[in-house]
Design a protein around this ligand. Structure first.
Ligand SMILES: [Zn+2]
Length: 531
C-alpha cells in the first residue's frame, strides 16, 4: 500500500504530515535538477535552444501529472524580448576634466554597463552624486530634492537610509521605482557605486557578467526603464577616480552608508564620456503554465500560483575552464520542486478547493521579465490569482531546521507558513538580509506589484553557525558561477522535506475558507487596491 502524507486526507482543513521517505523523494527531485542543469541544456538562457528543451521537459512533466495546459499556446505563453549585447572591445569609457584632460576607464576592470534599447551609443555628460538616489514619498525621503539633474548622470551608492523598512527599501530600489523619478527630474543615466560590505558577488564576477546579453521586452510599452541612456556600475576599487576633486572618497561614503546615515549630495568634477557598441536582436521564449483544477464550485475559479524561474544565464565567460552556467540551484531546484509537488498532488489525488496554477517563468535573470509578463497578462481571469508561492534558489545545502521566509510579515500567508512549518518542526525566520533586497529580486515581486500576496523561501540558519558559513561560502563561490552545477554537495532529503512543507502550504492556502490578504500595515497592500 502506498503511504499517504495526508493523514487526514478526507478533511480538507487539518492536514497532518504523514510518513514520508525523504531520501527516496529527494532522489526524484534531484533527477529533475540533473536534467535541467545538465550541460546538454547549456545553462537555459532565455531564448536559447537549451531553454526550449527545458520548457518542453516541464510541459511534458505537467502533462504526465494530469495538469491542464494553462498557457496561450497549450502549456506555453510565448514572450518576445529584445536582446542587447555589448561589443566590449569596441566600447570605451572615460572621465574628462574641465581642462580637457582625459582619464580612460577600463571596461570590466573599472566599470560595467547594463544595456537596453535606449542605451546611447555616444554620450558625454556631467554627473551628480545623489546619495542613495531614492525618492520614497511615504517616508518623506527624497534624495533628488533640490538637485539639478537635467541632462546629467545620477550617481548613487547602493544602500538604505535609516528608518526604511526592508520591503519598502527593496521596492524603492527596483529599476523602475528608482529610474522613474530620476527621469522625471531630467536625468539621462545612472552610475551605481557599490558598498563593498554588501556585495553579493566579487567584482571580478560582475565584470565577467558584462558579456552576458541584456534583455528587455520587445514591446516598448512594457519596458521598465525607457529613456535610460546610460546604466553603469563602478568597481569600488576604481570609484575614487570618479570622486576625484570632490573632497569625498568612497570610504567616507561607505562609512556613512554602513550606519544608514544621510549621505551628502554634490556635483562631480569630471564629465563622464561613454562610447557603446552593441548588437541587438529579438528572441522569443515561453513561460510554461499548467493548472490543477480545484473541486469547490466557487473557489475553483481562484488560483494559488506556484512559480519558479526556468531560465538561467546560459553560456558565458569561463571560470576555472567551465563556461556553462548550469544553474542547478538557481533555479533548476525550484522548478524541480514544482514538478515534484505537482506529481505528489497527482499521485495522492489530493483534493483541493481552489485551483493551483503552476508557472515556470522565463527571463528571471534578465530582470524578472517572464513573471512580470505573466502577472500583467495572466492566462486566468485578472484578479483570480490569490497568492504566489515562489521557489527560487532555496539552497538545501544542510538539513531543514530553519526556513527563512521573504514577505513573512506582509500578508496572512506568513501566518500560514508559520503554522505549516511548526507542524513539521521547522522554525520560520524573517528575512535576515534585508540589504540584499530579496523581496524584489525574484518572481514573487511581479505578483506583488499586481496585488497578489506572495512568499519566497530559503534555508535558514542561526547566526555564527556552520550552516551560515556554508551559505555564505556558496554565495561567494557558486552563485551565478559555472560551479552551480550538479557536481556540488546538496542535501537531497532536506530538499524533499522542503518540498513537503511547500506542498502543505499550497494545500492549506488552496483549502482555506479565507482568501490570503495583505496585512493592513503592509506597504504592499496598496497594490491590491482596485482588485
Ligand atoms: Zn539567478
Amino acid at each position: 500500500m502506498r503511504t499517504t502524507r495526508f493523514a487526514a486526507a478526507a478533511c480538507a482543513i487539518a492536514l497532518a504530515f504523514g510518513a514520508v521517505n525523504y531520501e527516496a523523494e529527494g532522489k526524484l527531485w534531484w533527477a529533475h535538477v540533473q536534467y535541467l542543469a545538465s550541460d546538454q541544456l547549456q545553462g537555459r538562457d532565455t531564448g536559447s535552444e537549451g531553454y526550449r528543451k527545458a520548457a518542453a521537459y516541464v510541459a511534458g512533466k505537467f502533462k504526465e501529472d494530469g495538469l491542464d495546459p494553462a498557457g496561450t499556446d497549450g502549456y506555453y505563453q510565448p514572450v518576445k524580448f529584445e536582446v542587447c549585447q555589448i561589443v566590449d572591445d569596441k566600447s570605451t569609457a572615460a572621465l574628462v576634466n574641465s581642462d580637457g584632460a582625459v582619464e580612460a576607464l577600463k571596461m570590466g576592470d573599472d566599470i560595467v554597463a547594463s544595456l537596453n534599447p535606449d542605451t546611447s551609443r555616444d554620450l558625454e555628460a556631467p554627473a551628480v552624486f545623489v546619495g542613495y538616489g531614492l525618492d520614497v514619498p511615504e517616508k518623506n525621503y527624497n534624495d533628488l530634492d533640490g538637485v539639478d539633474l537635467k541632462g546629467k548622470i545620477a550617481v548613487y551608492l547602493s544602500g538604505i537610509p535609516a528608518g526604511m523598512p526592508g520591503p519598502l527599501a527593496a521596492h524603492s530600489q527596483s529599476l523602475k521605482e528608482r529610474w522613474d523619478p530620476l527621469r522625471e527630474a531630467g536625468a539621462i543615466g545612472t552610475i551605481r557605486l557599490s558598498n563593498p560590505h554588501s556585495m553579493d558577488l566579487p567584482w571580478q564576477r560582475i565584470a565577467l557578467a558584462r558579456f552576458n546579453p541584456h534583455m528587455t521586452f520587445a514591446e516598448p510599452g512594457l519596458r521598465p526603464a525607457n529613456g535610460l541612456q546610460l546604466s553603469m556600475a563602478m568597481n569600488p576599487a576604481s570609484t575614487d577616480k570618479l570622486l576625484a576633486g570632490t573632497g569625498h572618497t568612497l570610504d567616507d561614503l561607505v562609512k556613512l552608508a554602513d550606519k544608514h546615515a544621510p549621505l551628502p549630495h554634490f556635483d562631480l568634477n569630471r564629465m563622464v564620456r561613454v562610447h557603446i557598441e552593441m548588437n541587438q536582436h529579438e528572441v522569443e521564449a515561453p513561460n510554461v503554465a499548467a493548472v490543477l483544477r480545484g473541486t469547490d464550485p466557487k473557489l475553483e475559479r481562484e488560483y494559488v500560483v506556484m512559480s519558479a524561474h526556468l531560465d538561467h544565464l546560459g553560456v558565458g565567460k569561463p571560470i576555472n575552464g567551465d563556461s556553462i552556467y548550469n544553474g542547478a540551484m538557481d533555479n533548476a531546484s525550484g522548478v524541480a520542486s514544482e514538478l515534484e509537488i505537482a506529481r505528489l498532488l497527482h499521485e495522492e489525488q489530493t483534493s483541493l478547493r481552489r485551483s493551483i496554477l503552476f508557472v515556470a517563468v522565463t527571463g528571471e535573470e534578465k530582470g524578472l521579465l517572464g513573471s512580470q509578463y505573466f502577472a500583467a497578462h495572466p492566462t486566468v481571469p485578472a484578479g483570480s490569482m490569490v497568492a504566489d508561492i515562489n521557489l527560487d534558489m532555496f539552497l538545501p545545502l544542510y538539513p531543514l531546521h530553519y526556513l527563512m521566509t521573504i514577505g513573512l510579515n506582509e500578508s496572512t500567508l506568513g501566518d500560514k507558513i508559520r503554522a505549516v512549518a511548526s507542524r513539521e518542526g521547522v522554525e520560520v525566520q524573517d528575512d535576515k538580509m534585508p540589504e540584499r533586497n530579496l523581496f524584489i529580486r525574484s518572481d514573487q515581486y511581479s505578483f506583488v506589484k499586481e496585488g497578489v500576496p506572495a512568499l519566497m523561501f530559503g534555508f535558514g540558519s542561526l547566526p555564527g553557525s556552520r550552516e551560515e558559513k556554508v551559505f555564505e561560502q556558496w554565495i561567494q563561490t557558486r552563485y551565478h558561477a559555472p560551479s552551480d552545477d550538479v557536481n556540488q554537495p546538496v542535501d537531497l532529503a532536506a530538499a524533499a522535506k522542503f518540498n513537503d512543507v511547500m506542498l502543505h502550504l499550497l494545500v492549506d492556502v488552496a483549502n482555506d475558507n479565507a482568501r490570503p490578504a495583505w496585512k493592513h500595515d503592509s506597504f504592499f497592500a496598496r497594490f491590491a487596491s482596485g482588485r
